[in-house]
Design a protein around this ligand. Structure first.
Ligand SMILES: Cc1cc2nc3c(=O)[nH]c(=O)nc-3n(C[C@H](O)[C@H](O)[C@H](O)COP(=O)(O)OP(=O)(O)OC[C@H]3O[C@@H](n4cnc5c(N)ncnc54)[C@H](O)[C@@H]3O)c2cc1C
Length: 488
């Protein structure tokens, strides 16, 4: 059996989608990579609905074919009953970008990615926890690991030193929670997710097999994610106060009441049978003050986390993995300085995250009902994110009546949210009538396409070409992977 080396070029902590992607990309670039994972894969994880934007990263990683042929449920869009509106969304319908994604059982998906990383040359060790880090000044340089103990035997322990650390330890957040102590929870999205698994559900209630079903309720919203074995993951996201105010009710009661109050999910589960316990997670949104530092990068949930409404988790995990891998690759080649690499990673990941955060907030605003406290509570404010951060994230995106650069700081949140809400509304109008959509032409077609491209930029992969460059750098995939300077 392989033993954990005493030294490695890159140490990756955590083998979820973020860690496996970063490790695999770096191994393909010739780095010596060691990945330590606490649990024994396959392990259960929530987060089953993927976005099409992971496809180019899976291409880059060389795992696309495996993903396409694995047998995961194909997903072509989403069906939402949101407030008083109904949305049937087809991926790429207007913008011509990727037209499918997948609904995955995460134990299978994560195992596929981790196996692939090992095939690329990553030294993967499961059942191995990183328990502490040693620093040289601010730079982490060594990790103390411990194997999980079986049958009361003495725990195997050791130390590994490294040149670079990638912290992909998810919500555990080794660097952020234990050393930097810089994880900030937002005032918005203080929600709790409760979910379970069902069989014999109506998988065609959304009109097309494979789409995610989303239904809003007065206290939150629900998801229905059809999986390849015929079962469905059905979950509810509600504000923490719903749980506080209903202490006498158990989790199962709150869960079934939530399903009962959504006409869409009620229809889906009408003849269904729940086949699991009810599970829950406090999914408050958070972000670390700083995502990287000397010799280290925090990726995926280890850096920041967002309410799951837009299914952004695995997208942000794999995208930040790509940004970190490109930064390390280019620094090591001598193409950029460490300061440039860090500043690129920090700004691109934060901007991608903030765009989603504001999109979410505006989306919640669209579904708002007059009475409901829950919807009010999801508004992003200056307290959650300073105006200059929002400005930076949206400067190239929001053009129109007023230039964002001229907007007073106090008005930034309001301005960006209003612009976003307007575009969400327009998007709804374009998509509501499929017949009309098919026959759009002239100015209306141009405007519908612009609108779709706007949302692609919010949800898409950030900083992949010159026009999206951050601090004069962008990620190029060909002819070689890494950071490239804007050419002027
Ligand atoms: C209710 C809910 C619903 C969601 N729905 C969706 C969805 O539909 N779509 C979507 O894309 N996302 C969704 N998400 C988010 C998604 O689950 C995460 O964003 C995603 O899993 C992040 O990937 P990651 O690799 O960063 O972290 P993880 O997948 O959590 O992986 C981190 C890994 O690190 C390991 N680890 C932790 N500490 C250590 C240590 N000290 N040493 C070694 N290993 C360690 C863990 O065992 C784990 O395997 C949802 C989240 C919640 C809470």
């Amino acid at each position: 059996m392989k033993s954990i080396p005493q030294k490695t070029q890159v140490l990756v902590v955590g083998g979820g989608p973020a860690g496996a992607t970063a490790a695999g990309l770096l191994a393909r670039e010739g780095f010596e990579v060691t990945l330590l994972e606490l649990s024994n894969f396959p392990r259960y994880h929530i987060g089953e609905s993927l976005l099409p934007t992971i496809l180019p990263i899976m291409d880059l990683l060389g795992v696309r074919e495996k993903l396409e042929n694995f047998g995961f449920q194909r997903k072509h869009g989403a069906y939402l009953e949101w407030g008083s509106e109904t949305w049937a969304l087809d991926f790429g319908e207007l913008s011509g970008s990727y037209t499918h994604a997948f609904q995955v059982k995460r134990d299978e998906f994560d195992q596929m990615l981790l196996n692939h990383a090992a095939e690329q040359g990553v030294n993967v060790f499961e059942n191995t926890e990183v328990r502490s880090l040693d620093f040289d000044g601010d730079r982490p340089v060594r990790a103390h690991w411990q194997k999980k103990v079986n049958n009361g035997s003495a725990a195997e322990q050791g130390v590994i030193s490294f040149d670079y650390l990638i912290d992909a330890s998810g919500r555990n957040g080794v660097m952020s929670n234990h050393y930097l102590k810089n994880r900030k929870y937002h005032n918005v999205f203080q929600n709790i997710g409760v979910w379970g698994y069902w069989k014999n559900v109506d998988r065609l209630a959304t009109g097309r097999e494979g789409d995610i079903a989303v239904g809003s309720i007065p206290n939150g919203w629900l998801w229905g994610i059809p999986l390849s074995d015929g079962t469905m993951s059905i979950g509810a996201v509600m504000h923490k106060n719903v749980f506080k105010d209903n202490k006498s009710k158990d989790l199962m009661t709150l869960y079934t009441e939530a399903i009962e109050s959504s006409p869409l999910l009620k229809k889906i589960t009408k003849n269904g049978e729940m086949i699991s316990d009810v599970l829950s997670e406090t999914d408050y949104s958070y972000a670390a003050d700083k995502f990287c530092g000397p010799g280290f990068f925090m990726i995926g949930d280890a850096a920041c986390f967002l309410d799951p409404l837009l299914s952004s988790g695995v997208h942000l995990a794999t995208m930040s993995a790509m940004l970190a891998a490109a930064s390390i690759t280019s620094y090591t080649r001598g193409d950029v300085s460490m300061d440039e690499a860090q500043s690129f990673f920090e700004n691109s990941y934060r901007q991608a995250y903030l765009r989603f955060l504001v999109f979410l907030s505006a989306f919640y605003d669209v579904g708002r009902t007059k009475e409901s406290y829950f919807w009010e509570a999801q508004r992003v404010t200056q307290q959650d994110v300073p105006s200059d951060f929002i400005k930076l994230a949206f400067l190239n995106l929001v053009t129109g009546v007023k230039d964002l650069a001229d907007v007073q700081s106090d008005d930034t949140h309001h301005f960006v949210l209003e612009e976003m809400t307007k575009r969400i509304d327009d998007n709804l109008r374009f998509r509501q009538d499929k017949k009309k959509l098919a026959n759009l032409d002239g100015e209306k077609l141009v405007s519908a396409r612009e609108n779709a491209q706007f949302f692609d930029s919010i949800e898409g992969i950030f900083s992949l070409n010159e026009s999206d460059a951050v601090g004069g750098l962008y990620v190029s995939l060909f002819p070689r992977f890494g950071l490239t300077r804007v050419n002027h």
